[in-house]
Ligand binder design. Sequence first.
Ligand SMILES: NC(=O)c1ccc[n+]([C@@H]2O[C@H](COP(=O)([O-])OP(=O)(O)OC[C@H]3O[C@@H](n4cnc5c(N)ncnc54)[C@H](OP(=O)(O)O)[C@@H]3O)[C@@H](O)[C@H]2O)c1
Length: 249
Amino acid sequence: MERTVRVLFPECRQETLEDLYADLQFPEPSARPFLYLNMVATADGAAHLEGRTRGMGGVADRVAFRRLREHCDVVLVGAGTVRAEGYGPPRLDPEAQERRLRRGLAPVPRLAVVSARIHLDPSLKLFADPHNRPLLVTTEDAAPLRRRTLEAVAEVVAFGRGSVDLPGALGWLYETGVRRVLCEGGPSLNAHLMAAGVVDELFLTVAPLVAGGAAGRIVAGPVGGPVRLALRELREYGGELLARYQVVR
Ligand SMILES: NC(=O)c1ccc[n+]([C@@H]2O[C@H](COP(=O)([O-])OP(=O)(O)OC[C@H]3O[C@@H](n4cnc5c(N)ncnc54)[C@H](OP(=O)(O)O)[C@@H]3O)[C@@H](O)[C@H]2O)c1
């Protein structure tokens, strides 16, 4: 059965689900990596259902999630998301790894976790792959003992005091050869990134659901006034809307 995605903008056409975000083009960055966010929200704007994203995204969102990982050097997440979603090392099927290799990327992206408190158990599955150790991005005043413990299972780097100097961390990543960073949230990290002016694009799935209640939104925290977006692409599959926005500077 052909799984047809309706492309609604910038022109109306159809594509198969297998083609979704298959040949994404991003501008060549300078000074810091190109940073794109991928998030899912319900129609009433909730970023989670009882503390997790499980049950929000449908087939198209899951394909988009995997596909967007095929284009980055690093997947960036906040510690809250690691804890809530039980993050492990990024995994991609052999075909996806092959496509990455053809683009000149490593077979799988590296995971980078942002945390000031570094309150992460070294036995978490996040740290389970010795061949793909995560990067832990913390602050210069992070607890020294916890830092030493985590240095056994991760590469730990520090930028700023109190909270991570995100532009500083991204500048360092660029110097190490990282050109594209995919941020998968969560809302607090998104706010810090938006406030720092280092987000280039937002991929947003609007799930055909109403969560109700008081669930937070996909950006939680001050961003220094509304951040203007330009719609670049819009697709529909199975009632899910997949929008691609560019941050307007
Ligand atoms: N809808 C979606 O697409 C989506 C995506 C991801 C997550 N979520 C949901 O979002 C919820 C979690 O939200 P959250 O806001 O707690 O997640 P988060 O942004 O992943 O994590 C927040 C934590 O990240 C660290 N952090 C963020 N920015 C930092 C900075 N500049 N400097 C230092 N540390 C920084 C801090 O960790 P420490 O406390 O360790 O210092 C902070 O407590 C969950 O319910 C999850 O399911 C939804």
